[in-house]
Design a protein around this ligand. Structure first.
Ligand code: ZN
Length: 409
């Protein structure tokens, strides 16, 4: 039976979800700030494109700030959430609405399980993969919702004790955590082994690379001897080439361990250091490490077709739509349609990629809308049967990620 669009939408909105990527700030952090609408905008990328007012209580300034970006999906994501969750309409920004929303937000966060409720009850997200890059090892989290992933960027910065990744992290903090002392290159390899094994033991379900913010994504095949020579310079007179050689080697080393530990690897692709973030750059390592599953984030935006082509070319490459519905619903729609047409609906998944749980709610609602529209168009043209469309939606929202990361219903 051919279902109507309304019926498809209703079924998709009712579906439970595994969210492949979040940076959600823990309740302890959010509640200590007396949260307001400002925190939702901050946790939903609005301040990536709008300049925030100096003072977080300056609602007049906040209205002026977001008026500059009207029509942006980052703002719309937050507006959808504030309306559905707190019952305040901020579609058009006004001081009164911002004050009213802030009052409701502050009140809601008195409940120490509010974030859990936003995920589980409001968004129907059963589990979310969690990347706390600001504290890659220590932050407490709610195991009812979150499954941590290990941010690997910092491990590529062991060529000097002074080196830091783009989030300010040094791998040498792990010496303290594990009571290890690194003086030789072999010690450093041992430190990496320990971190990865311990992450696996602690229940981390994947490795996550945000290296596209640190460097280009092309990793050459370099010898251990060359990497060791760089390490032995102890941070003195390093050239950019030295750093690249060291990092290229270390990434491969990490991948060889990931294969043994059976950890999939999530890769940020697209929008970052833009000239080096095309997912095609990863073709050599995806081919070389055919026993590791690689998940290409953000649909590789703007290289959405390249991302689909990678998933088509490699059995171990997957498409993750995380962040994409918030960047551009149009690009998301196009990639989704092409993903299904290419027969890749079994290799696609979604994540929110936000700091605020409210923004995750808004991003998911937008994605579910695009998914329903895309599937309904295909049903309407006779390309899909309704039952199959529903099955595809459920795979993209839940089963594909559950299978890949070993999570069960
Ligand atoms: Zn992210």
């Amino acid at each position: 039976m051919k279902l109507s669009f309304e019926k498809i939408l209703e079924k998709v909105l009712d579906m439970h979800v595994i969210d492949t990527h979040e940076h959600t700030y823990p309740w302890e952090v959010v509640s200590s700030r007396n949260p307001s609408i400002y925190d939702i905008f901050e946790g939903g990328y609005v301040f990536w494109i709008a300049k925030p007012p100096k003072n977080r209580g300056d609602y007049k300034g906040l209205v002026e700030s977001v008026k500059e970006i009207l029509g942006s999906t980052f703002y719309r994501t937050c507006a959808i959430a504030v309306k559905d969750i707190y019952g305040v309409n901020i579609d058009y920004p006004t001081e009164e609405a911002f004050i009213e929303a802030s009052r409701a937000i502050s009140e809601a966060y008195r409940d120490r399980y509010w974030i859990r409720r936003l995920f589980k009850e409001k968004s129907l997200i059963d589990k979310a993969l969690w990347d706390p890059y600001w504290n890659i090892w220590g932050e407490p989290f709610d195991p009812e919702i979150f499954k941590p992933v290990l941010r690997i960027n910092t491990l590529l910065f062991g060529y000097s004790r002074d080196a830091r990744d783009h989030n300010g992290n040094s791998p040498y903090i792990f010496e303290k955590y594990f009571g290890l002392e690194v003086s030789t290159f072999e010690d450093y390899m041992n430190l990496i082994d320990t971190v990865l094994e311990e992450a696996k033991r602690r229940g981390y379900v994947a490795l996550k690379s945000a290296l596209a913010y640190d460097r280009p994504l092309l990793f050459e095949n370099v010898g251990e001897k060359d990497a060791k020579e760089v390490f032995n310079k102890r941070g003195k007179d390093l050239t950019p080439r030295d750093i690249k050689v060291f990092q290229d080697f270390i990434l491969r080393y990490i991948l060889s361990r990931a294969a043994k530990l059976d950890l999939p690897v999530q890769f940020h692709t697209g929008l970052a250091i833009i000239e080096g973030s095309n997912p095609i750059n990863l073709a050599n390592i995806i081919r070389e490490y055919s026993n590791i599953n690689f998940i290409l984030f953000h649909g590789g935006y703007p290289w959405i077709r390249e991302t689909a082509a990678m998933a088509m070319s490699f059995k171990n490459a997957y498409i993750d739509f995380c962040w994409l519905p918030m960047i551009s619903p149009s690009a998301c729609r196009l990639l989704l349609r092409e993903t299904i047409e290419l027969g890749l609906s079994g290799k696609a998944m979604w994540g929110g990629d936000c700091w605020a749980a409210e923004a995750t709610y808004g991003a998911l609602k937008i994605f579910k809308g695009i998914l329903s529209e895309t599937l309904w168009e295909m049903i309407d043209k006779g390309h899909l049967r309704s039952d199959d469309a529903i099955e595809i939606a459920s795979k993209i929202l839940y089963e594909n990620a559950a299978k890949l990361f070993g999570l069960s219903r």
